[in-house]
Write a new protein. Structure first.
Ligand SMILES: Nc1ncnc2c1ncn2[C@@H]1O[C@H](COP(=O)(O)OP(=O)(O)OP(=O)(O)O)[C@@H](O)[C@H]1O
Ligand SMILES: [Mg+2]
Length: 235
């Protein structure tokens, strides 16, 4: 039996410390993400959606008294530093709530970054061409072929979001974690972004998407609701 879910959170706890005040955000979240599903995490502003997604992506740590987050049965806390880097960079693709593109770099360069991280000089020389082609193909699929050489600071919000998603997918991650991928966009542009996510999901990528918008959440195959520090099935 090797049926561990792709991602599992068990009694996950996270408290922020603001000065001397503890701000509990997650107080016992249980969640399974099965390989191949498209899960939406919904909840009001401040309910901890970004916090949970960052924890799932290995970008932040759970509290000392928290239960584990496991990836294919392995506790993220048990990862070596090298395994942790590989998890963040290869197993998971992360789309941040506010894009986090590097404004001075071109669209093409931004999308290539995760594939270049950690390469030695020789590997870099050997692989740069293939990575450039992979990024260009992905960006072209995303309708950005005419923007490859533009700086990301010159793009519209919808274009930036597409670059951010291309960057998250460049290493062909098992799971795409997307934080409000349509949050800053008009409805039509937002649904265009969702079409891109849907097509990736259609090719087998697991998707976990945060949103506060019911119409957006409805495109996922399952929804959970975050409230009072816990996750509940939304159906
Ligand atoms: N680095 C931090 N330090 C202190 N408090 C934080 C930090 N990050 C988040 N918080 C607090 O944790 C709570 C949850 O924040 P989080 O960003 O996870 O919410 P969210 O559900 O993503 O909200 P939104 O829908 O507005 O993006 C908020 O009350 C926030 O103020
Ligand atoms: Mg958020």
């Amino acid at each position: 039996m090797n049926e561990a879910p792709l991602l599992r959170a068990q009694d996950v706890r996270k408290t922020y410390r603001l000065g001397r005040v503890d701000v509990p955000v997650l107080s016992g979240v249980d969640l399974d993400v099965q390989e191949g599903e498209w899960l939406a995490i919904v909840g009001s502003s401040g309910s901890g959606k970004s916090t949970l997604l960052h924890l799932l992506g290995g970008l932040d740590r759970v509290d000392a008294n928290s239960g584990p987050i496991t990836f294919l049965g392995e506790d993220l806390r048990a990862f070596s530093p090298a395994r942790e880097n590989r998890y963040r960079n290869r197993d998971v693709g992360f789309v941040f709530q506010f894009y986090h593109l590097l404004p001075e770099l071109t669209v093409l360069e931004n999308a290539m970054i995760p594939a270049l991280v950690g390469l030695g000089r020789l590997q870099f020389a050997q692989e740069k061409k293939a990575i450039t082609e992979r990024a260009a193909t992905l960006l072209t699929d995303f309708g950005l072929s005419h923007r490859l050489k533009h700086r990301s600071s010159e793009l519209s919000g919808g274009e930036r979001q597409r670059v951010a998603i291309a960057r998250a997918l460049i290493n062909r991650p098992r799971v795409l974690l997307a934080d409000e991928p349509t949050g800053n966009l008009d409805v039509k542009t937002g649904h265009g972004i969702l079409d891109l996510i849907a097509s990736r999901h259609g090719t087998g990528t697991t998707v976990v998407m945060v949103t506060h918008d019911q119409a957006i959440a409805a495109r996922a195959s399952r929804q959970i609701h975050l409230a009072d520090g816990r996750a509940e099935s939304a159906h």
